[in-house]
Design a protein around this ligand. Structure first.
Ligand code: ZN
Length: 179
């Protein structure tokens, strides 16, 4: 495994639509190594999700992994670890749910984004078998954020209000405290 370099806002790889992988590619050592490296990279940078283009691979793969005990993240999902290939999203409830999002490709910043509160994601798992997950609330936001990356879309494109965008330090000092 290896920690890979994370592409930052402005790098064209983050804006290119990614291609799907074939089932045999998904089962290959190349895909396994990519996913292992993505997990290690995400852990190193303390992320909750990572999409392949963020490590300069323009393919439709994303991982999501975080501590379910993290109450701050308003989570009632049982499962919080996913590796998804060729995912497709269907909105089940378009009611907007707003969260302050961050991204390893936009380091040190966060912004407020509203997304549909409940979605279904159909994907292929690491054995290239079809799988489905229904995600709500924070988990739904994490899925939509990561899967946007596969279409070259970043959360900064979806800010609810351009003023609701801040450096983490200022966010913690002036916004999180309600100041
Ligand atoms: Zn991101």
């Amino acid at each position: 495994m290896a920690i890979r370099k994370v592409a930052r806002l402005g790098h064209p790889v983050l804006r290119a639509p990614c291609r799907e992988l074939t089932r045999s590619e998904i089962r290959s050592h190349v895909a396994r190594r990519l996913v292992d490296d993505m997990r290690e990279t995400m852990a190193e940078y303390d992320g909750v999700g990572l999409a392949a283009p963020q490590v300069h691979e323009s393919v439709r793969v994303a991982i999501i992994e975080f501590d379910p005990g993290d109450a701050e993240r308003d989570l009632d999902a049982e499962r919080t670890s996913f590796t998804v290939f060729n995912p497709r999203t269907t909105v089940l409830d378009p009611t907007p749910a707003g969260y302050w999002e961050g991204c390893l490709s936009v380091p040190g910043m966060r912004g407020f984004v509203e997304r549909p509160r409940r979605v279904q994601v159909d994907y292929l798992d690491e054995s290239a078998k079809p799988a489905t997950v229904v995600a709500e609330g924070f988990l739904a936001t994490v899925f939509q954020h990561e899967l946007d990356h596969l279409d070259g879309v970043l959360y900064v494109d979806r800010l609810a209000d351009p003023k609701l965008f801040a450096f983490n330090e200022e966010f913690n000092r002036y916004i999180a405290e309600g100041g």
